[in-house]
Design a protein around this ligand. Structure first.
Ligand code: AMP
Ligand code: MG
Length: 357
């Protein structure tokens, strides 16, 4: 058990003194939990094999699930990658710093533990002021997955990271709630056309606009099937799952929400009749239908603002476990824009237990 320090840092005016202490922990091979604009990350010096291995131990993460390397300048991209394609520069110029991760061929500089032995490395330049200052002050790229125990919902507050990692890391920086609340979009630029490995805050439609051509969206990026290798986040392993058994209720169309809600109520009432305590995870638009029938509802946000739904998603899955019903029924969303990201996470969170109505 490690002695974990928790320090609060104002994300709008980060205290350089405190971040310099955190940077010292990184440089000396320790583990630091820090906020990014997506979710909290569990970081270590990407150039230290010993430090990187500690990440896997702290999270109970299988060693064949690679990490993302976080950088603060383009020189680091050029150092870590080889044979960089033009598309990497185009995306970096328009969308970095920000929530997009590029998968490119790796250079000799990259440890095999970071990429799980793959010849490709995942690289991102975060925009969160605490994350970028920490990387700059550390003077090394920071390898980091999300700061949760393997399989659990990603942390969007320091409190979530404390729940999972207290006693397993050296330092936790509390910088408040993260902005997007879901992990970065990951795009593989080593294949043609580029392939979406994980949908995230930047919708695939936006990436296509930047690149000027189509991006391949395989079934596993939609959360529909599991890839054979740990190509991408959560592609192979149990991910984002609450302890509470959850079923996702999907429909081809969410245009007639009253009709959709009444089908979901039918399922919920059938489960209640069997003596199960059911909680419904829903959008703001439909909450009242379920409450009117006496069901407890956890609200994700409005269908008209999917950023709100994404931001609340992991937090709500953790809240669900505090309520701890026998079963959760969760609403689905249209797979457009951020809806694809939300459905990827929900399909994995329910372990592919999907009911179509
Ligand atoms: P996490 O943010 O916790 O999901 O961890 C980082 C994710 O980035 C991993 O789950 C990986 O699957 C993905 N990733 C990292 N490196 C690579 C890579 N070389 N190729 C494909 N995906 C990667
Ligand atoms: Mg993760």
């Amino acid at each position: 058990m490690l002695r974990t320090r928790v320090v609060a840092v104002d994300p709008l005016k980060p205290d350089e003194g405190l971040l310099e202490e955190a940077a010292k922990v990184i440089r000396s091979g320790g583990l630091v939990v820090f906020p990014t604009e997506t979710v909290y990350g569990l970081g270590a010096n990407a150039y230290s094999r010993e430090a990187v291995i500690k990440i896997f131990k702290a999270k109970n993460r299988p060693m064949d699930n690679p990490l993302i390397v976080h950088i603060c300048g383009l020189e680091e991209l050029e150092m870590l990658a080889s044979k960089l394609p033009d598309e990497a520069y185009e995306i970096a110029e328009k969308l970095w710093p920000g929530p997009v991760t590029l998968v490119v061929w790796r250079s000799e500089q990259v440890l095999k533990e970071v990429t799980a032995g793959l010849p490709k490395v995942a690289i991102r330049m975060p925009s969160h002021p605490i994350a970028s200052s920490l990387i700059r002050l550390s003077g090394v790229p920071i390898a980091a997955p999300s700061a949760n125990l393997a399989g659990r919902p990603s942390p969007t507050t320091a409190h979530h990271a404390i729940q999972d990692l207290y006693g397993r890391v050296d330092l936790i920086i509390d910088g408040g709630e993260t902005l997007f609340g879901v992990e970065s979009t990951i795009i593989d630029l080593t294949v043609k056309p580029p392939r979406l490995l994980r949908p995230g805050p930047i919708p695939v439609e936006d990436l296509e606009r930047v690149l000027g051509f189509r991006i391949d969206v395989p079934d596993y990026a939609r959360g529909l099937s599991e890839a054979k290798r740990a190509y991408s986040p959560g592609v192979k392993y149990r991910h984002y799952a609450p302890e509470t058994p959850m079923k996702l209720v999907e429909s081809d169309s969410y245009d007639d929400l009253a009709a959709y809600a009444s089908k979901l109520i039918e399922i919920a009432e059938e489960c209640s009749c069997r003596g199960l305590k059911v909680v419904i995870v829903a959008s703001r638009e439909t909450t009242r239908y379920y409450s009117a029938r006496g069901f407890q509802v956890l609200e994700l946000g409005s269908r008209k603002n999917l950023y709100e739904v994404a931001r609340n998603l992991f937090k709500t899955l953790r809240e669900l476990d505090e309520v701890s019903p026998d079963l959760a029924l969760c609403e689905g969303f249209e797979e457009k824009g951020l809806g694809l990201t939300i459905m990827n996470r929900l399909r994995k969170a329910c372990k592919h237990d999907i009911i179509r109505v």
